[in-house]
Design a protein around this ligand. Structure first.
Ligand SMILES: [Zn+2]
Length: 354
């Protein structure tokens, strides 16, 4: 255990003396945060939306995993497959192959329109969801970057904005609910105007994973990728929730790694994986991201750092990594009541402003 005040590598930030931290009770954690505002970055894949809405959306429409997408497009997709006969399996690989062969643009446009409509119609249930816990459990210094097209994360962000300062949201493959200005980094809704230049906001589009995808080609998506890699280069903690990093996302993984590899906190940085898959398989999949074996695999959100130390993940993690001081869990709070969840998080956020 280090007992003297220490400095973060490549930074002049002096942390607290460890004697003032111990014991790290939940009451102490609910007070003003005591570590510098270093970012926590969360990457969401289709497994996260599936876990957050196990019974589907408000109208019980299921949240599909990638391989469930053919069921949504049904005959339209089957017809394209018959015409194109792609020599690969899996929706993403097939879609990518057919697009690359360049002969079926109209058919693929119909498939895209059906997918957009399905996701666009999804609605947030009235009860508290894991996405509410996720946006309330992080602070404005943090980032949630999602590969998902569904609107539910953004809707959860909107309905909790009045409660506390929430994390930055980024859409790595676009989203049906995403509206932005082509010239300014703003996040709005349909019929809104850019608060900087007054232009109408453009609707988001969906980006399909491709093995050789060049994210820099599309200005809007490039902006979000840059924001995420910038945050990763300063982050202390990376949570990967329900994202399997498929082969078709090779460039995506490399981009994420390029940011994460630069973190000045890399020696103590931590990767947390929330996934139902086998531990060994997950660690193998993300091994380049975990150079010092600082990793944790949990099978559900309720065991995650965000659920157990909402809005204080940095204080929990840095106390443990730098001083070896364990923190008493503050949560999780599991409730169906959105009002109760909001009130509980608002009380924690109140101390941040003091
Ligand atoms: Zn603008």
């Amino acid at each position: 255990m280090i007992t003297a005040a220490v400095k973060t590598p490549n930074s002049n930030t002096e942390f607290l003396h460890s004697s003032s931290l111990y014991p790290l009770t939940k009451e102490k954690l609910r007070g003003k945060p005591f570590f510098p505002a270093v970012p926590h970055v969360v990457i969401l894949g289709a497994g996260a939306s599936k876990a957050a809405f196990p019974d589907g959306d408000k109208n019980r429409k299921p949240l599909p995993l990638l391989d469930d997408l053919p069921n949504i497009v049904g005959k339209t997709w089957t017809n394209v497959l018959t015409l194109a006969s792609p020599p690969v399996s899996g929706f993403e690989a097939q879609f990518s192959w057919i697009r690359k062969c360049g002969k079926f643009a109209d058919e693929l446009a119909r498939v895209e329109a059906l997918l957009f409509q399905y996701f666009d119609e999804l609605e947030l249930p009235d009860i508290a969801t894991i996405y509410d816990c996720l946006v309330l459990g992080l602070r404005a210094k943090d980032t949630i970057a999602t590969f998902n097209w569904d609107p539910l994360l953004l809707l959860a962000h909107r309905r909790n904005r009045h409660v506390a300062e929430l994390p930055d949201l980024r859409f790595l493959h676009g989203s049906v609910a995403y509206f932005t200005c082509p010239d300014h980094d703003v996040l709005g809704s349909a019929n809104e105007r850019c608060p900087i230049c007054g232009k109408s906001l453009d609707s988001g589009r969906l980006f399909y994973p491709e093995a050789d995808k060049d994210y820099a080609k599309h200005a809007i998506i490039h902006r979000d990728w840059q924001a995420v890699t910038r945050q990763l280069s300063k982050a202390f903690h990376l949570t990967i929730f329900g994202y399997s990093g498929p082969e078709t996302d090779y460039n995506a993984r490399q981009l994420l790694l390029s940011g994460w590899g630069k973190s000045p906190l890399r020696d103590v940085s931590h990767v947390e994986i929330i996934d139902v898959k086998d531990d060994g398989q997950l660690r193998g999949c993300w091994r380049e991201f975990i150079p010092y074996h600082h990793d944790m695999v949990v099978s559900d959100f309720w065991q995650s750092t965000i659920a157990k130390w909402p809005r204080r993940t940095a204080d929990y993690k840095l106390s443990a990594s730098l001083y070896g001081i364990p923190a008493e869990p503050m949560g999780p709070l599991r409730t169906n009541s959105l009002a109760e969840l909001q009130e509980w998080h608002a009380a924690i956020a109140e101390a941040e402003a003091r």
